[in-house]
Design a protein around this ligand. Structure first.
Ligand code: FAD
Length: 612
């Protein structure tokens, strides 16, 4: 193997591998996608799992910022990176104890320090995972009867099966982490006791209260709060829904509420049949679905935002509609109307704009109004933190947004008390909570005078023969197989995962951004052969004077010609300009170059962090 003597700088690496850069935990997305393409499934799993103790979960429900950054999206559609993570994790039977990733994780000898973590959500448990590996004694306090935080309490079964949460959490507990469920800090143990009994505390309590909406009628019987509704349904408590349900909100929580409500309405219709055994369920289900489709039983989702502005993921909105939910965009709630203290409808007014000229949330309405008849209203308009557990501890300061004030190391204003996840940053996504869990563990370790030394090895590997897989550009993004709408009842998972053919095909679509064309200007004779042969027209031969004004090139030109590009006489020198976004790494330019001025080289980077 040949390596270049040039060492790529971090900025070059970050710019050239956008999927990895966009991921808050810097998952080597491209590398696991490519490994799947060539049937190296175990390698793919190890890469996906390395920075992520919740790889299985995130393979299903990650917000996948990597896909937004994926360069293939500039050509047709991004690689289905999230679905491929699910594919990689599912090909390992972790449940049977054969997880190859865990074999690589050996906890360090005990260090004699105790850390309390409040909240067994993704942030708290990721931190527990890392601290246990570092040799700390970790106890997690969780008020719910089950661990997982919003994975369990908020996200419905049909998007995330519970056995997957259990498997991931069990793996973390197996590292020696102690979990106390049904233990609410502030009620079952005071925050000050926790501080005095442990050497450090992490607050990862999330945002488990729904925001209130101060409109007339909000107190009527039949009005629920979205977060309360989901927590109750997910913990198995009975919620009586009417026949016409209106869910207010445009985010993913509102969509989850609406989709859970549809299933509850169906279950109400089924209940008589359910008692007479599973086989007789189908006719009752069909009847319920028919009722839904004919409009007798209906779930509406009312959102201020237009369809394009809705913060919910479009794929989730699409699935919700597919299940029979009517999405009514551009309306805001004005009043819950009712008779004898019970809801009979929701009065809404037309929203003409959601954001003001400064981009701030500031909805404006017209005079147009309507009443949507219903017997249940679910308000899913946002979340907030319940910080009553602090019990008036004035050392831990709260920001005007109602979240915990932290410094760059996630330490709150109280020494030794750290905070991460949604309670420290406001509503975000799971992969950010994982990133915070890692960061909190590192900060707690450093707080105890531990050391962390990071070494990064960066280099270019030179290929003699580089080829992209045949026909890779013609492969379309694979579509996630889903359960037919008429089978979507109760907890049945909607997305079914890629089969092997789909996994391989999707893996082969990757543009392999880590490999790039490296130009040696001293060998180039400006023959423009590379420009002519490029199938994507991403190369241009220009007069050097045309690159003036770009400071990246200015320094280079000055070092070579002694003057700036603007001072060079026209026609004296030329340059090849490359549009990096369009390059498909086909290597035709390198093959065509008569002076071997172009080589195909892979950026390689290995990070190693040693904790002492
Ligand atoms: C309905 C819904 C759907 C979502 N869907 C997605 C999605 O598909 N993809 C995505 O990336 N993100 C999604 N999110 C966001 C994601 O769930 C959160 O960003 C993430 O869960 C935050 O993790 P956390 O660890 O900070 O807090 P949480 O997951 O909220 O965990 C906090 C834990 O602390 C416990 N707790 C609180 N107070 C106390 C106390 N006093 N004592 C003891 N324990 C306490 C709570 O019971 C809870 O278990 C969704 C959120 C919701 C509400």
């Amino acid at each position: 193997m040949r390596y270049s003597v040039t060492v790529p700088d971090q900025e070059y690496f970050d710019r050239n591998i956008p999927c990895r850069t966009a991921c808050p935990i810097h998952t080597e997305c491209g590398r696991y996608v490519q490994a799947i393409g060539i049937s190296q499934d175990e390698e793919a799993y190890l890469l996906a799992r390395a920075p992520n103790p919740f790889a299985y979960v995130l393979g299903r429900i990650c917000a996948h910022p990597c896909e937004d950054a994926c360069r293939r999206g500039k050509i047709d559609e991004p690689i289905a990176i999230c679905a491929l993570k699910r594919y990689a994790t599912e090909r390992h039977n972790l449940g049977a104890g054969h997880d190859p990733a865990r074999k690589r994780l050996t906890p360090a000898p005990k260090r004699g320090k105790k850390v309390a973590i409040v909240g067994a959500g993704v942030c708290g448990l990721t931190c527990a995972h890392d601290l246990a590996l570092l040799g700390y004694s970790v106890e997690v306090f969780e008020s719910a009867p089950v661990p997982g935080g919003m994975l369990y309490l908020g996200i419905p079964h049909f998007r995330l099966p519970r056995e997957i949460i259990k498997m991931e959490v069990d793996n973390i507990l197996a590292m020696g982490v102690t979990l106390h469920t049904r233990m609410t800090v502030g009620r079952d143990i005071s925050f000050s006791d926790l501080r005095s009994q442990f050497d450090a505390v992490l607050l990862a309590t999330g945002l488990n209260k729904g925001r209130e909406l101060n409109i007339p009628g909000a107190h009527l019987a039949g009005v629920y709060n979205g977060i309360d509704f989901l927590i109750n349904v997910n913990l198995g408590y009975e919620i009586e829904l009417g026949k016409r349900v209106v869910v207010v909100g445009g985010g993913n929580v509102a969509i989850d509420v609406a989709r859970a409500a549809v299933r509850l309405v169906q279950e109400t219709w089924q209940s008589g049949a359910a008692e007479s055994g599973a086989e007789s369920l189908q006719p009752a289900l069909d009847a319920a679905r028919m009722a839904l489709r004919s409009g007798a039983e209906q779930v509406y989702l009312v959102s201020l935002e237009s369809r394009q502005q809705m913060p919910a993921w479009q794929s989730e909105v699409h699935e919700a509609e597919h299940e029979g939910i009517s999405v009514d965009n551009g309306w805001g709630p004005k009043e819950v109307v009712g008779t004898d203290g019970v809801v009979t409808g929701l009065k809404v007014r037309a929203c003409v704009s959601v954001f003001d000229e400064n981009g701030r949330f500031n909805p404006a309405f017209s005079d147009e109004e309507k009443v949507i008849p219903c017997d249940t209203v679910v308000l899913a308009i946002g979340q907030q933190a319940d910080l009553s557990f602090l019990g008036g501890d004035s050392e831990v300061q709260v920001t005007p947004r109602g979240i915990l004030k932290i410094d760059e190391n996630l330490m709150t204003t109280a020494p030794g008390v750290f905070a991460g996840g949604d309670v420290a940053f406001g509503p975000r996504v799971l992969v950010e909570a994982v990133a915070n869990g890692h960061r909190a563990a590192r900060s707690i370790h450093v707080h105890f005078h531990g050391k962390s030394t990071k070494t990064v090895l960066s280099r270019f590997r030179i290929f003699n023969n580089w080829e992209m897989p045949r026909g890779f550009l013609g492969i379309p993004r694979q579509t996630m197989p889903v359960l037919p709408a008429n089978r979507r009842i109760g907890i049945a998972e909607v997305e079914l995962g890629f089969d092997e053919a789909q996994g391989r095909a999707e893996g082969l679509r990757c543009l392999k951004c880590q490999v790039n064309t490296i130009f040696d200007g001293s060998k180039c004779i400006l023959c423009a052969g590379c420009v002519d042969i490029c199938p994507e027209n991403c190369l241009r031969l220009v007069d050097l004077t045309q690159v003036q004004g770009d400071e990246r090139y200015d320094a280079l030109i000055r070092s070579r010609y002694g003057v700036s590009a603007a001072e060079l006489p026209a026609g004296q020198a030329g340059a090849i300009i490359k549009n990096e976004e369009k390059c498909i790494r086909c290597a035709l330019c390198a093959q065509r170059c008569p002076t071997h001025a172009i080589t195909m080289e892979a950026l390689e980077q290995q990070e190693r962090e040693v904790f002492e």
